[in-house]
Design a protein around this ligand. Structure first.
Ligand code: ADP
Length: 272
């Protein structure tokens, strides 16, 4: 368990006696530990691709004269690793912005059809690379209240995951609906590999992957769902998941359709 943190100090009183003051710093210790763990995780996540790039560059130099075909393979892997590294750095920046104390930037009514059109556009390339189709269905003309860029990022992340963790030629369905109590739901359903029940609670944590090897192969950083979670809570909404291994997963974003007092009063989700 957590070590109990107590700061104790002696306070001399006017009457000549001494009072003992004890402050519970257990929470401060926890925060410090979470921060240390995060820095350690980030360092590890950055070191791995950098190490791989060094080895690949050496192998490439070695193979240039001897084995041109191998040299091409090494160059391709360098390209893949470096683009993953670039994505890791930009997602880390994005996450640190979302976790900052800034309130939601420029919240306004956002047309859900505009979000889905942008998502379709941004996921066309990865979808067609796997001969997959992204289908949009449900209610038209819905509005959510928030920041358009962030909302597009959240749905793009969910659709990209749906594509990455599905076999070729399967379908991704994005369904929009109004829940009737002032919320809009955007559900992203795939026919993919699914998620084990024991992983379900943890996949929204930074750097958590159910299957490290597969996530690396798909170019994953382990940050996508942490970003989605921050965006939804910053909007006064939430993200949930239902999944069956071997059948598929459905991620549902629930977002307020108008500036509710609850959403506006909500501080940005601060995590360390
Ligand atoms: P990654 O960059 O690894 O995809 P994410 O934070 O986006 O990181 O997702 C965390 C983990 O959750 C993934 O590594 C994967 O194991 C699992 N996951 C996310 N989306 C899906 C999905 N649609 N189907 C199956 N597994 C998923």
């Amino acid at each position: 368990g957590e070590p109990l943190g107590v700061n104790v100090r002696a306070v001399p009183l006017d009457n000549g006696r001494v009072a003992i003051e004890a402050a519970d710093v257990t929470e401060a210790h926890r925060v410090a530990r979470v921060r240390r763990d995060f820095v350690a995780n980030v360092s590890h996540e950055l070191k791995t691709p950098v190490g791989a790039l060094q080895l690949l560059a050496e192998a490439l130099l070695d193979a240039t004269d001897k084995d041109p075909a191998a040299a091409i393979r090494f160059a391709e892997r360098i390209k893949h690793e470096s683009s993953r590294l670039g994505r890791l750095v930009s997602e880390l920046l994005e996450l640190s912005r979302l976790q900052g104390a800034e309130p939601l930037p420029e919240p306004e009514p956002v047309d859900v059809d505009k979000i889905t059109a942008e998502v379709l556009d941004r996921t066309k390339t990865p979808a067609s690379a796997k001969e997959m189709e992204v289908v949009f269905q449900g209610m038209r003309g819905l509005t959510v209240y928030g920041n358009e860029n962030q909302l597009v990022t959240a749905v793009v992340n969910l659709v990209e995951n749906a594509i990455a963790y599905s076999p070729e030629s399967t379908k991704v369905t994005v369904t929009t609906s109004a829940s009737g109590d002032g919320y809009v739901e955007i559900a992203v359903a795939d026919q993919g590999i699914g998620i084990e029940p024991r992983d379900l609670d943890r996949i929204f944590e930074r750097f958590y992957r159910a299957d490290r090897a597969r996530s690396r192969a798909t170019g994953g950083t382990g940050l996508g769902l942490a970003i989605v979670k921050h965006i939804s809570t910053n909007h006064g909404g939430r993200v949930t998941v239902e999944s069956t291994v071997g059948v598929g997963s459905t991620f549902t974003l629930r977002l307020p359709s108008r500036p509710s007092e609850a959403a506006l009063a909500l501080p940005p989700s601060v995590e360390i």
